[in-house]
Design a protein around this ligand. Sequence first.
Ligand SMILES: Nc1nc2c(c(=O)[nH]1)N[C@H]1C(S)=C(S)[C@@H](COP(=O)(O)OP(=O)(O)OC[C@H]3O[C@@H](n4cnc5c(=O)[nH]c(N)nc54)[C@H](O)[C@@H]3O)O[C@H]1N2
Ligand SMILES: Nc1nc2c(c(=O)[nH]1)N[C@H]1C(S)=C(S)[C@@H](COP(=O)(O)OP(=O)(O)OC[C@H]3O[C@@H](n4cnc5c(=O)[nH]c(N)nc54)[C@H](O)[C@@H]3O)O[C@H]1N2
Ligand code: SF4
Ligand SMILES: [Mo]
Length: 732
Amino acid sequence: MAVEAKVTFCRICEATCGLVATVEDGELARLRPDPDHPLSSGYACPKGIAMTEVQNDPDRVLRPLKRTGGPGEFEPVSWEEAMADIGGRMRGVIERSGKDSIAWYIGNPSAFSYSHALWVKGFLDGLGTPHYYGAGSQDVNNRFAASAMLYGNPVIVPIPDVERTEFLLMIGANPLVSHGSLITAPRIKDHLSAIESRGGRVLVVDPRRTETAGRFEHVPVNPDSDAWLMLSLIHTVFEEGLADRDFLLRHADGAAELEALSAGFPPEDTEGRTGIEAERVRAIARDFCAADGAAAYGRTGSCLGRFGTLVAFLIDALNAVTGNIDRPGGAVFGAPSVALDEVGEKIGLTTYGKRRSRVGDFPDVLGTMPASLLPEEIATPGEGQVRALFVSAGNPVLSVPDGDAMERSCEDLDLMVSLDFYVNETNQHADYVLPTTTFLERDDVPIALLSFHAKPFIQSTEAVVPPRGEAREEWEIVEDLAREAGIEAASAPALRLLGKVGVRLSPKRLLDVLIRTGADGDLFGLRRGGLSLAKLAKHPHGIVLKNNIPTGVLGKKVRHSGGRLALAPEEIVTEIARLGSVNGGDPRFPLRLIGLRELRSHNSWMHNAPLLMRGGREQPLRIHPDDAAELGIEDGISASVASKHGELTVPVRVTDEMTPGAVALPHGWGHRGGWKTANKAGGVNVNVLAGSAPEDLERLAGMALLNGIPVRVSPVAPAAAEAEREAASASA
Ligand SMILES: Nc1nc2c(c(=O)[nH]1)N[C@H]1C(S)=C(S)[C@@H](COP(=O)(O)OP(=O)(O)OC[C@H]3O[C@@H](n4cnc5c(=O)[nH]c(N)nc54)[C@H](O)[C@@H]3O)O[C@H]1N2
Ligand SMILES: Nc1nc2c(c(=O)[nH]1)N[C@H]1C(S)=C(S)[C@@H](COP(=O)(O)OP(=O)(O)OC[C@H]3O[C@@H](n4cnc5c(=O)[nH]c(N)nc54)[C@H](O)[C@@H]3O)O[C@H]1N2
Ligand code: SF4
Ligand SMILES: [Mo]
């Protein structure tokens, strides 16, 4: 037997920890943490290790599947047969309904491949269809929209300089579980602990005393009230004379307007809304200003409310008014070897508001439209009505609001095709499921993450095992689809980037060019010691490029004239005015539902790994003892959770980790796909409680409202709960 150890890295989450794969006769035997990885140095979380079980999963899709009956009823067919039929049907759709009736939803795992999203974008641009959707509108598009306004380019996103900061203010992030997002720093717990060890502080603003909040300083906050908090912090900075006037004078426009706007939000006026006492808000603002390097940072908890773009904007605005942007220990601009802001500009990918959606009139963010709108785009007749849908690396039925609507509309299409290695809750409705490789079966440099590394770093890997079965990489499948659709080359954006026309270009060649011409590249021999793919291959554990992120780059980064930040763009002024019109809520739905992530789940796609499902996992609703007592709810019983949009029955966990008034339930459960272990786990699709109508979405980036959903919770009699659970498992 041939046994090899292959050095690689995990691509499940943004930490991208180093792994060593044991490969026996071309098959993956196990994964273990890479002790020689310079950043993760011997750490990997349970999901990384359990990826072996995904790789070798007997439920994996290994051949093209053709739908032969109801949802989930498929038969394997050859690639030739599948592509010929898909091609014919796609051409039929184009003839009948036009090229702009073809849509694509691309899910989260695509962010970890350097070719997948680029090729999909090339395919859609080749068709000239605006129907490009993704996980971003349920995740991070508000952050990009805020950056477009502040800096003039949506992918210029500062990260907290965790290596040097003295004060980290975290708004809606739980890195001890998520391992960090919009920041790549493996072993993030150690980074945060180090801040404390050197005398600094880590504050966690969260409605739940999370793993991170419990370990550091918790600032409990009411769900979806961060906009008021941020304005009060900024207010205090100005009012108490703590603003960095010098920084603002030299680097920002609109500071006076922002000061005037924030004047309407003294902490004494917002404490009822946020639940944070005015004196505490003032103390946080003062300590933030006093620290020698402070950074405010927000993640999904700050993104998925009604004012996500405003909140993301205000987080950076706080960093700016305190002079903490582009300063050691503050919010800094990463130093990637491949600068996506520049590359994206060259090929027209870094757009915000260049197009508006047909339904709802929302701006595009990086070319994508709000995924919540898909059901209505499918249902609404007229020019550009969606008739064909491709879904790659996504499971929108469990990830976008109103999963039921999403699911129903899948059956109303003329053609639906998925690129995935599982039959999930979404693609069980597809006409074809085309098998893709896992990340262990492809080469990679995660270029989308390079600018988020707290320590500038780059690593490449080859595939550690050949594709199982007939799996193919996404870009190869997209090229074939493009050919069937009569499009020149799906790699068009890549070709444009290189100034070439008509040559078929492999992603790997493109990647090499990007690295060699990038900031640290070898410039094809002109820069000695510079990077190329060949050079990276000689450093399998990756290369730390610098010890810290260089500062003093603001003028180069900001695209607005004079390199100045825009602190009071019109959209933000309007949005702040809109805060005043938000009422106290609907008395029928007095509680606010938020999400939470768990160490042994990854969105919807790792619940089939037995290692992660050990111990009979449940999906309980967390509720504060006071709320539970008032509602007559005891720990362990079942409760109904109802919103304006739907209703669910779940077990309850009574815990004082919740802030009174807030309840929490994780997403990504309620399986009914081709994954048997996951199906058996039970649980519910929390997103049936969320709304997908245009009026339910955040205005500036089309963000789904997934945190702070108004709900009513009531106890369910044990017998009724049992009957409901039985009915649910019978229909599964
Ligand atoms: N184990 C695990 N890791 C993951 C994932 C996973 O599913 N499982 N998913 C990955 C993905 S796709 C992403 S995008 C990242 C996300 O990374 P994070 O955003 O760091 O992860 P979350 O656990 O979603 O943290 C969001 C926090 O916001 C809080 N919150 C909710 N509503 C509000 C609010 O209104 N205001 C404030 N201030 N806080 C609020 C929640 O209680 C929660 O603790 O994690 C990634 N890593
Ligand atoms: N209520 C609520 N809803 C949420 C969130 C929340 O916090 N609360 N978080 C949102 C966020 S941040 C995100 S990112 C989304 C995620 O939502 P989605 O991206 O829509 O879905 P995932 O659950 O990540 O499912 C990914 C699918 O890709 C497949 N897959 C995995 N790796 C690969 C690969 O390499 N190639 C291909 N082709 N397929 C692959 C898996 O089998 C799975 O079917 O969910 C969002 N939905
Ligand atoms: S934290 Fe876990 S899932 Fe994320 S990259 Fe590391 S091993 Fe993979
Ligand atoms: Mo995400």
